[in-house]
Design a binder for this molecule. Structure first.
Ligand code: GSH
Length: 265
């Protein structure tokens, strides 16, 4: 089996970073293709993605589809893309020969970790791997909640806010509890749980960019007291952010947060 993965997405995207960080740790080849969010409607979403000219768009008019989640514009998704990625989302990943489609960023992350036969990033046996999956499932629930919340930040309402607050408290309580027992989340060594948590939580923290919009509607930041309320989780995020594979992947993404809160450096 040829190792590696091709990933297509708008960029930068913390969901893509999950697989990218794991690939760096495990030294597995990963090809990441895409463009900034505003340009991604001008790309053919396909196993071999490419930027489209106006002429291409006329020729490929049959592939023009309305965005379903996060994109309001038209997107050019090929029939092959929708066969391999039926929910039509990015990040989307493909096996090196382009025959297998993998979607959901946690599963794309798993696809990298599974290519390492003897490591422990996905647990050391099938029970541990299942425990890893348990955390990744919880992570996806949190991530789905924060996706809707981030979409709604400019026009917040009570329902969305209180759903997010409950999801945040439930999720962070579990992570904090686990970090009381283990050095990493769920284990005493790094796994893909930590990678997934790091990327999703960093993305959630983006609510901080909308503090003023939230205030005008009478809401405060849900993560306002994150360092005090969940000190072990805060510290874990900080320590992970210093690791080479994490730091080199996310670049300056968390710099604003480092300035905002004390003790993050
Ligand atoms: N839970 C998914 C979320 C993926 C997702 O919802 N992607 C959105 C963009 S944020 C998308 O591709 N939307 C395509 C569309 O609007 O049609 C993951 O972690 O990969």
């Amino acid at each position: 089996m040829q190792k590696g993965l091709r990933v297509f997405s708008y960029l930068p995207n913390p969901r893509v970073w999950k697989a990218e960080i794991a690939a760096k740790i495990l030294n597995i080849p990963i090809e990441i293709l895409g463009d900034k969010p505003a340009e991604i409607p001008n790309w053919l979403w396909h196993t071999n993605p490419k930027k489209l000219s106006d002429d291409d768009k006329v020729k490929l008019a049959a592939f023009e589809r309305k965005g379903k989640r996060g994109f309001n514009s038209s997107l050019y998704k090929s029939d092959k893309f929708l066969e391999l990625v039926p929910f039509g989302t990015v990040p989307a990943a493909f096996s090196p020969d382009g025959s297998v489609g993998i979607f959901e960023s946690n599963s794309i992350l798993r696809a990298i970790a599974r290519q390492d036969e003897d490591g422990t990033l996905y647990g050391k046996d099938s029970f541990e791997a299942s425990r890893v999956d348990s955390f990744l499932d919880s992570n996806l629930v949190f991530s789905r909640e924060h996706q809707e919340y981030l979409f709604g930040l400019q026009d917040m309402n009570d329902f969305l806010y209180s759903r997010m607050k409950k999801a945040y408290e439930f999720f962070l309580n579990g992570i904090e509890e686990s970090l009381k027992k283990f050095k990493f989340i769920g284990f005493n060594h790094l796994t893909i749980i930590d990678i997934s948590f790091f990327c999703d939580f960093s993305q959630f923290l983006r609510e901080g960019h909308y503090e003023e919009e939230l205030k005008t509607k009478g809401f405060s930041l849900i993560s306002e007291n994150f360092p005090e309320d969940f000190p072990k989780s805060f510290n874990h995020l900080k320590e992970l952010s210093k690791k080479d594979e994490f730091a080199s992947t996310i670049g300056t993404y968390l710099n604003w947060y480092k300035k905002k809160v004390k003790n993050f450096n």
